[in-house]
Design a protein around this ligand. Structure first.
Ligand code: UD1
Ligand code: CA
Length: 456
C-alpha cells in the first residue's frame, strides 16, 4: 500500500470561540482537540503528521512538540492555501495525503484507516469523506452525477437553492494523491463568495480533468463534528464522555450514574470497581480492581490499588495502595503514599507524607511532611506542626506508636516505635521506644471551690 501522511489544518483563529486560546487547544475529554486529531492520524497509520499553524502559532507548536512537523501559514487565505504551504515538506512525496482539521476532536482512528484503505483500493485521485446531516447548513455540499460519482463540492455561501437541499456534506476530510494534489492546488483561484482558496475546488477540478474522485460516506456523523463555538465544544464533550464511560463499562467497571460521572480518556480503571455518582477522575489517574469510588470523589493523577473505598475525597498527585478506606471529607495532597489497609476518617488532610500499613488517621488530623509507620494510631485532632514560618520540617512516627488525641508533634521530631503519647501533649523532643511521652500542664483539683464561688 502507498504511504500515508497526515496534513492537519490548524491555522484558523476560531473567532466564534471568543477565546484567547487558539481553538484547537481547547480541551475535550481532558485533551486538546488537536491532540485527539494527532492520535487519530496515528491510529489511521500516518507515517508523518504535518500541522499547519498560523493564529497563535507558537502555542500550537508547543503542544505538538515532537509529534509532528510544523508548517506556518502566515496569512489564512483559505483551506486550499493552507494545504499549499506543505509544498516544500512534501516535495518528492509520492503517496496519499490525508487532510484533517484540528477542530474535530471526535475522530475515530479506525474509521479513518478504513477510509484510507477504501481510497487506495478505489484507485481514485481524490476521495472525500462525507456524511448525511438532517441540517446541512454551513457545510460544503457533495454534488454527485446521475451515476453517483462525485462531481465536486459547493460551499454553503456559493450554493444555489437546489444545491442547498443536498444533505450529503463535506466533512473536510480527504485523501489526496501526491504529487497530483500540488499540480491542482497551483491552479486554484479565489473567485468565490468568500474570496478564499478553497481546498474543495481541488476535487471539482480533478473531476473536470477526468480523474477519478470518490466519496465515502461515514455512518458516524458524530465523529466528524467540527467545533466552532463553546456550545459545540460542550456537545463534543458530552459525546466524548459517553464514549469513555461506555468503554469503561464494556471493560467491566460499574458506573452507577453516567450522567453525573466525569472521567477523562486517559484514566484507567480495573474490573469490578464501582464508581458512584458525582465522581471526577482526571489526568493519569489509575484505579485497580474491586474498588468503590465515590460518591463525590475527585482524583487528579492519583494511583489507587485494589479493594480501596473512597468517598468524599479529593486527591491529587499521590498514591493510595490496597484496601484503604478514606473519607468522608479527606484531602490527599501531592507526594503522599497511603499504605495498604490504612483508614483515614473525617476531615483529615495528608501532604507529602508516607503512611504505613494498617495505620489509622480517623478524625480531624493534619499530617504534613511526615513518615508514619505501620500500625500507628493517630488520635482525634493530631497535628504535625511542620512549618516554623520559614522552613518545613519532618515528623517521624515509628511502627505501632499510639498518639493520643489533640497532640501537636512539633517538627523536626521523632516518636520511636511502640511509644504512647498522652492526649493533649505538645511534643518537641524525641520520644524513646516503648515509653510514654506526655507534655501537658498537670491537672489540679481545688475541692469545694465551686460552692465557695457560688456563695460569693
Ligand atoms: C470547510 C470546507 C467545507 C466543509 C467544512 C467541514 C472549504 C472551502 N470548505 O469549511 O466544505 O463542509 O470545512 O467542517 O474547505 N484553516 C486553515 N487555514 C485557512 C483556513 C482554514 O488552517 O486559511 C483551517 C481552520 O483552522 C479549520 C479548517 O481549516 O481547522 C477548516 O476551516 P474553516 O474556515 O472552518 O472551513 P469551513 O468554512 O468550516
Ligand atoms: Ca469549520
Amino acid at each position: 500500500m502507498s504511504e500515508l501522511r497526515a496534513v492537519i489544518l490548524a491555522a484558523g483563529k476560531g473567532t466564534r470561540m471568543r477565546s484567547k486560546l487558539p481553538k484547537v487547544l481547547h480541551k475535550v475529554g481532558g485533551k486538546p482537540m488537536l491532540q485527539h486529531v494527532l492520535d487519530a492520524a496515528d491510529a489511521a497509520g500516518a507515517a508523518e503528521k504535518i500541522v499547519i499553524v498560523g493564529h497563535e502559532a507558537e502555542l500550537v507548536e508547543t503542544m505538538v512538540g515532537e509529534q509532528g512537523r510544523i508548517v506556518l501559514q502566515a496569512e489564512q487565505l483559505g483551506t486550499g492555501h493552507a494545504v499549499m504551504q506543505t509544498k516544500d515538506v512534501l516535495a518528492g512525496f509520492t503517496g496519499t495525503a490525508m487532510i484533517l482539521c484540528g477542530d474535530t476532536p471526535l475522530l475515530d482512528g479506525a474509521e479513518l484507516k478504513k477510509f484510507y484503505e477504501a481510497h487506495v483500493q478505489s484507485g481514485a485521485a481524490a476521495t472525500v469523506l462525507t456524511a448525511f446531516m438532517d441540517n446541512p447548513f454551513g457545510y460544503g455540499r457533495i454534488v454527485r452525477d446521475a451515476d453517483g460519482n462525485v462531481q465536486g463540492i459547493v460551499e454553503e455561501k456559493d450554493a444555489d437553492a437546489q444545491q442547498k437541499l443536498i444533505k450529503e456534506i463535506n466533512t473536510g476530510i480527504y485523501c489526496l494523491e501526491c504529487p497530483l494534489m500540488f499540480d491542482v492546488l497551483a491552479t486554484l483561484t479565489c473567485d468565490n463568495a468568500q474570496g478564499e482558496y478553497y481546498l474543495t475546488d481541488v476535487l471539482t477540478k480533478l473531476n473536470a480533468a477526468g480523474k477519478k474522485v470518490g466519496g465515502v460516506v461515514t455512518e458516524d456523523s458524530d465523529m466528524v463534528m467540527g467545533i466552532n463555538s463553546r456550545r459545540q465544544l460542550a456537545e463534543a464533550e458530552s459525546v466524548m464522555r459517553v464514549r469513555i464511560l461506555n468503554r469503561l463499562m464494556d471493560d467491566g467497571v460499574t458506573i452507577m450514574d453516567p450522567a453525573s460521572t466525569f472521567i477523562e480518556g486517559s484514566v484507567k480503571i480495573g474490573r469490578d470497581t464501582i464508581i458512584y455518582p458525582f465522581t471526577w477522575l482526571e489526568g493519569s489517574t489509575e484505579i485497580g480492581e474491586d474498588c468503590e469510588i465515590g460518591p463525590n470523589v475527585r482524583l487528579t493523577n492519583v494511583e489507587v490499588g485494589n479493594g480501596t473505598h473512597l468517598q468524599f475525597v479529593y486527591g491529587h498527585d499521590c498514591k493510595v495502595c490496597d484496601e484503604v478506606t478514606a473519607g468522608p471529607y479527606v484531602h490527599l495532597r501531592p507526594d503522599t503514599v497511603i499504605g495498604n489497609k490504612v483508614k483515614i476518617g473525617n476531615f483529615v488532610e495528608v501532604k507529602n507524607s508516607n503512611i504505613g500499613i494498617g495505620t489509622k488517621l480517623p478524625h480531624l488530623t493534619y499530617i504534613g511532611d511526615s513518615d508514619i509507620g505501620s500500625g500507628v494510631n493517630m488520635g482525634c485532632g493530631c497535628i504535625t506542626v511542620n512549618y516554623d514560618g520559614k522552613k518545613k520540617h519532618r515528623t517521624v512516627v515509628e511502627d505501632n506508636a499510639f498518639v493520643g488525641c489533640n497532640t501537636n508533634l512539633v517538627a523536626p521530631v521523632t516518636v520511636k516505635a511502640g511509644s504512647y503519647i498522652g492526649a493533649g501533649s505538645t511534643i518537641t523532643k524525641e520520644v524513646p521506644e516503648n515509653s510514654l511521652g506526655i507534655a501537658r500542664a498537670k491537672q489540679k483539683n481545688l475541692e469545694g471551690w465551686a460552692e465557695k464561688y457560688r456563695n460569693q
